[in-house]
Design a protein around this ligand. Structure first.
Ligand code: NAD
Length: 333
């Protein structure tokens, strides 16, 4: 199969591209190496995960429709997996155009290109942020009264709303995947687990937002990449014009305090914290109902927080990684 993966230099995109190539698929990556966090980390993922598998990453901004159309026309993928986006919920208002440009304009461009070029499968990253402060946990895809509380979450829900009218009379099948706090080796330096590991390794203070009782449905990267691969194969069994949305989450939320405890006990150290006010865009709980996922592909995420954190710490302690963690963290908010 021919896969076009956008955001291929990103955390999920690089790990997914490597997995798809290992399964003997042909993979072409796209990324603009955005400066939201260290482009050097993104280039290092390409060197370590993609180049050894002969995966090319074309440097392009998906906000440019002509270039996106050209690549889709030339490559003729069987499946597009669209992961490129401005991630995170804490980007300040003055930079909120990043959400509009990368999560709405760029999204529209790749979606239009997929449909116009009759690409059979289009899968895209959505987020647990679409659920906002939903009180009905676990969160179900069938809940249509959800209200995102961040601009990021709103753009992801807007993507989901845009897709059915684009694909319903086309040759394309589409699937939105709502990811829940993905973590693991080669992860994102704006995320709490990444910063906690670094603080414990180098003794620096961790800025803890709020009392640590917010709970997240942490999902290990390998569970996400296996889920995406299986969901892309399952999507092909549906009729042209079909679209749906599916949660991919662990189904077992842990608090920030639990996360700190798991990482601290693995490293045998106490974390120094500075407590700051919780961020207004942070929801208090995310928790996936995974019954749709299980119905579609027969499995749900299995890696426990302890197992996933142990693998992440092993990666972070490699000399060439540990020596760069601080720079990667200071490259972002
Ligand atoms: P990431 O930032 O590591 O990867 C996204 C990549 O997209 C980056 O390499 C960036 O340079 C690229 N990109 C951004 N805008 C682009 C544009 N206009 N043109 C081309 N490339 C562009 O993020 P990630 O954690 O790998 O997330 C992947 C997707 O999953 C995103 O859509 C994100 O919103 C979604 N998601 C992630 C999580 C998580 O916990 N990691 C949770 C929910 C949803």
């Amino acid at each position: 199969m021919k896969y076009l993966v956008t955001g291929a230099a990103g955390f999920i995109g690089s790990n997914l591209s490597a997995k798809l190539a290992d399964a003997k698929n042909s993979v072409l990556g796209l990324d603009n190496f955005s400066s939201y966090y260290s482009p050097q980390l993104k280039r290092m993922r390409c060197i370590e995960l993609l180049q050894p598998r002969n995966i090319e990453v074309v440097e392009i901004d998906l906000a440019n429709l002509d270039k996106v159309q050209g690549i889709v026309l030339d490559f003729q993928p069987d499946v597009i997996i669209h992961l490129a986006a401005q991630p995170g919920v804490r980007t300040p208002l003055s930079n909120s155009f990043q959400y509009i440009e990368n999560n709405l304009s760029a999204f529209g461009n790749i979606l239009q290109s997929a449909v116009q070029n009759k690409v059979p499968g289009f899968l895209y990253a959505s987020s647990s942020s679409v659920y906002g402060n939903s009180t009905e946990a676990p969160f179900k895809e069938s809940n249509t009264s959800i209200r995102p509380i961040s601009i990021y979450g709103a753009t992801k829900l807007a993507n989901e709303i845009l897709v059915p009218p684009f694909v319903s009379r086309s040759a394309t099948r589409a699937r939105g995947m709502r990811f829940f706090t993905v973590y693991g080796p080669w992860g994102r330096p704006d995320m709490a687990y990444f910063r906690i590991i670094n603080s414990l390794l180098d003794g620096s203070r961790f800025n803890k937002f709020g009392d640590g009782n917010v709970r997240r449905d942490f999902t290990y990267i390998d569970d996400i990449t296996s889920g995406i691969e299986k969901l892309s194969l399952e999507l092909a069994s549906h009729a042209e014009g079909y679209s749906d949305v599916v949660n991919i989450g662990g189904g077992n939320p842990h608090s920030l305090n639990d996360l700190i405890e798991v990482i601290s006990s693995k490293l045998g150290k106490n974390l120094k914290t500075s407590v700051i006010n919780s961020h207004p865009n942070d929801t208090s709980l995310t928790c996936a109902d995974v019954s749709t996922l299980v119905n579609l592909i027969g499995i749900s995420p299995k890696v426990t927080l302890e197992e996933g954190i142990n693998k992440t710490i092993e990666w972070a302690q490699k000399v060439e990684i540990q020596s760069r963690l601080k720079d990667w963290i200071s490259s972002t908010n």
